[in-house]
Ligand binder design. Structure first.
Ligand SMILES: Nc1ncnc2c1ncn2[C@@H]1O[C@H](COP(=O)(O)OP(=O)(O)O)[C@@H](O)[C@H]1O
Ligand SMILES: [Mg+2]
Length: 365
């Protein structure tokens, strides 16, 4: 077991700056997920931790030791990739024990470690099979088993579930979480899928353009995004964004979204937002905070009517799309409250959950 630290790490490939000065401390036994769009530098960061890619600037530490010059095989890490190649001519047992045999681990210990890993992964019955006799999910487990038997200080995963179908991906996600709860090995997991990141991570690192946008627990990223990018990236369907202005209204503040649509800013937010009166801003509100009017404590000043453009029934709830000043907005309503396209619908905006973004800095106010 070990902690992992990145200090001012930069990676350049000729003129491409893939990773632009990132620092990160991962305590022992934490499960950290690096998430961000394709090309943002996730794999490069992981490969530098693994030692598969040289660090251009900065330091990487594992267990408190700088490992910049330590070759991958001596870093005591195990990596699981998207394309985990199992040896087709070997049984599951032989695949899982291959690395240990190379290291001349005693036979009895190999057997004990493989059997224990197989038990954790629930693949004891499969140890004598060959890869072609396994389903995709079972093969993925064997690939994880191969990493577990090495009992490494750190697990590195690079999009390990991308090749699986949607249902299996969700199952394996739970599986990976269960395994981590048992073995508690420090884990760095890379994915472009924010749902995977949110469900797996102790802490999520949101990356964009080679930089870290925000580090936080899933709940914090969701409720307190610090940047426009994080606000839009975390959550599905994504947060709605609309151009907005704040107008003074006596002691209070009004949030104006269009000539027809304005809401009072909840008093709890007013002091923070007052310096931004009159500036061009971006208003952000998640679909789940725009619903049909419900409950007893509702305030008529936050109710409004819109014409439905499109509806998407999801079963538990229905997404209702409408436009404000030419911009599409998504609301999440009870299925029974949805109206067909072209019909008016009465909605309620819960501005206690509102965000305001300064477009000049891209920061959430
Ligand atoms: N070996 C390489 N040579 C040149 N550029 C690379 C190399 N590997 C990655 N890059 C570039 O670095 C950036 C980050 O890539 P990568 O870390 O693979 O992103 P991600 O895993 O987030 O999709 C991309 O612009 C990519 O094209
Ligand atoms: Mg990648």
């Amino acid at each position: 077991m070990a902690d992992v630290a990145l200090r001012d790490v930069v990676k350049r490939f000729d003129e491409v700056e893939a990773v632009r000065n990132i620092s990160l401390n991962i305590p022992d036994s934490e499960f950290v997920v690096l998430v961000g769009p394709s090309g943002c530098g996730k794999s490069t960061t992981l490969r530098m931790i693994a030692g598969l890619e040289e660090v251009t600037e900065g330091e990487i530490l594992i267990g408190g030791n700088v490992v910049n010059d330590v070759p991958p095989k001596d870093r005591d890490i195990a990596m699981v990739f998207q394309n985990y190649a199992l040896y087709p001519h070997m049984t599951v047992f032989e695949n899982m024990s291959f690395g240990l045999r190379l290291r001349r681990t005693p036979k009895a210990e190999i057997r004990a470690r493989v059997e224990q890993a197989a038990k954790i992964l629930d693949i004891t019955e499969l140890l004598d099979r060959r890869p072609k006799q396994l389903s995709g999910g079972q093969r993925q487990r064997v690939a994880m088993g191969r990493a577990i038997v090495r009992n490494p200080k750190v697990f590195l995963f690079d999009e390990p579930l991308s090749n699986l179908d949607a249902k299996l991906r969700v199952q394996m996600r739970t599986e990976i979480k269960r395994v981590h709860q048992k073995v508690k090995t420090t884990t760095v997991y890379v994915t472009h899928d924010q749902v995977e990141a949110m469900t797996l991570a102790d802490r999520v690192v949101v990356m964009n353009g080679g930089r870290i946008e925000q580090i936080g627990r899933p709940h914090d990223l969701y409720h307190r995004p610090k940047t426009h990018f994080v606000a839009g990236f975390i959550g599905s369907p994504a947060m709605n964004f609309l151009p907005a202005r704040l107008q003074p209204n006596g002691e209070a503040l009004m949030l104006r979204l269009s000539p027809e649509l304005a809401f009072p800013v909840p008093p709890a937010h007013a002091a923070r937002y007052r310096p931004s009166v009159g500036k061009d801003l971006i208003f952000g509100l998640r679909p789940e905070h725009i619903t049909e009017p419900r409950g007893e404590e509702r305030d008529p000043r936050y109710e409004f009517s819109m014409t439905v453009d499109v509806i998407e029934p999801m079963g538990m709830e229905t997404m209702v799309f409408f436009t404000v000043h030419g911009k599409e907005v998504c609301a999440r309503v009870e299925p029974t409250a949805a109206k067909p396209p072209g019909q008016p619908i009465r909605l309620y905006a819960n501005l206690n959950h509102m965000h305001l973004i300064d477009p000049a800095t891209e920061s959430v106010l």
